[in-house]
Design a protein around this ligand. Structure first.
Ligand SMILES: C[S@@+](CC[C@H](N)C(=O)[O-])C[C@H]1O[C@@H](n2cnc3c(N)ncnc32)[C@H](O)[C@@H]1O
Length: 355
């Protein structure tokens, strides 16, 4: 029998916070369904429209269509007229949900969230055994979600804000330097670098074969397949020597980040530089207790920790390791002067050099 004295004000506040989180989570499957059935695009292209017109155009059952529209309106993700007869997406709602090439697209987050729900069984077992879960075992929407979720941020920041903060990198790449993107996934960042620096030699490596295959097909679509060489390889097994070695949102996923950093040190040309993009975090966990920290610690529990534990060493740094641990890893690997050169609300850029 539960008999503890409770502070009713504190309880009410906590319960309201939970209700908000529950409501936010309840919409996850609707977002996936809407995305997969192209419902956002139908609404963007045809709104304002009635629920019947919308359902006909989307080729879905009207009762499901209407309930979906009402749920999205309640969330503020869709708009309706006063009588709730006609539905549309505002320009901002279109920008975050409907157009794949929008610089504000956020729908990919729901791919990752759905993958995490699909992963419950395997990660729950890993909680008990302490084992890892191989990245390839995750639901496929994890891989596409990562690329879609990160792409707008890379598009806004990588070339304009992040690379220019790392001293000498832009000059090296403009002059035809060599660039290796380790753990490149679908090659979102790799393609951006190859397009921006036509003289640079660009390579992408990842242990996950389906991601490398997808990166190759994206490069082909962009007519960049001759400019980028993608290879399936572990962060401790790729061949070649490079002027710039990048780890974008992946060092903390690796089982042996120090081994990967040491391997990068050995595969850098003299004067070369390692760049990490990592989720923004403080070294003190208590300073990560906020909305972004909630998201990253949750993603980390379901994705980053199991991936790292499935690999050699299994250090399991987590997505909120903080700069100190990451800089120490780079130092121990022999890299000089590791430091954070830029940070925003979601990402930090760390550089270290071979001198
Ligand atoms: C969160 S994803 C980031 C992908 C990409 N860098 C991006 O920013 O879109 C992490 C990537 O690291 C890769 N990865 C994990 N461990 C690796 C390892 N030991 N060697 C190479 N790649 C690895 C995964 O396969 C995955 O593609």
């Amino acid at each position: 029998m539960y008999l503890q004295e409770l502070d009713s004000e504190k309880l009410k506040k906590l319960q309201w916070q939970i209700m908000q989180n529950v409501a936010a989570s309840a919409i996850i499957p609707l977002m996936r369904i809407g995305d997969e059935l192209g419902l956002f695009k139908v609404l963007a292209d045809n709104g304002p429209c009635t629920d019947e017109e919308f359902s006909n155009l989307a080729k879905i059952d009207n009762r499901y269509g209407r309930e979906w529209l009402l749920a999205l309106c309640a969330a503020g993700y869709c708009s309706a007229d006063e009588d709730v007869n006609k539905f549309h997406l505002s320009p901002e709602q279109q920008a975050v949900f409907a157009f794949e090439d929008s610089p504000a697209l956020m729908i990919g987050a729901y791919d990752v969230l759905s993958a995490n729900v699909h992963g419950i069984d395997s990660v729950r077992e890993a909680f008990k055994t302490g084992e890892g879960v191989h990245y390839e075992k995750f639901h496929p929407c994890c891989f596409q979600g990562t690329a879609r979720f990160f792409k707008p941020s890379y598009a806004a920041n990588l070339l304009k804000k992040w690379l220019p903060k790392v001293s000498g990198v832009v000059e090296k790449l403009k002059d035809g330097g060599s660039y290796a993107d380790i753990g490149c996934g679908f090659g979102v960042s790799t393609l951006m670098v190859a397009e921006e620096f036509p003289k640079a030699e660009v390579y992408g490596f990842d242990i996950h074969k389906p991601s490398i295959q997808k990166a190759q097909s994206i490069a082909k679509e962009a007519r960049m397949e001759k400019r980028i060489q993608y290879t399936v390889a572990d962060a401790k097994s790729y061949a070649g020597k490079f002027d710039v070695i990048a780890f974008f949102d992946c060092l903390h996923d690796m089982g042996d980040p120090e081994g990967a950093a040491r391997y990068a040190f050995e595969h850098l040309n003299d004067g070369g530089v390692v760049i990490l993009i990592e989720p923004t975090a403080s070294d003190k966990p208590s300073e990560n207790f906020h909305t972004i920290g909630q998201m990253y610690y949750s993603f980390s529990t379901m994705g980053c920790i199991p991936t790292s534990k499935s690999q050699e060493v299994g250090l399991a740094l987590g997505a909120q390791a903080g700069p100190k641990k990451l800089e120490d890893i780079l130092s121990k690997a022999g890299l000089a002067d590791p430091k954070v050169v830029h940070r925003n609300a979601s990402n930090m850029v760390i550089e270290a050099r071979k001198i």
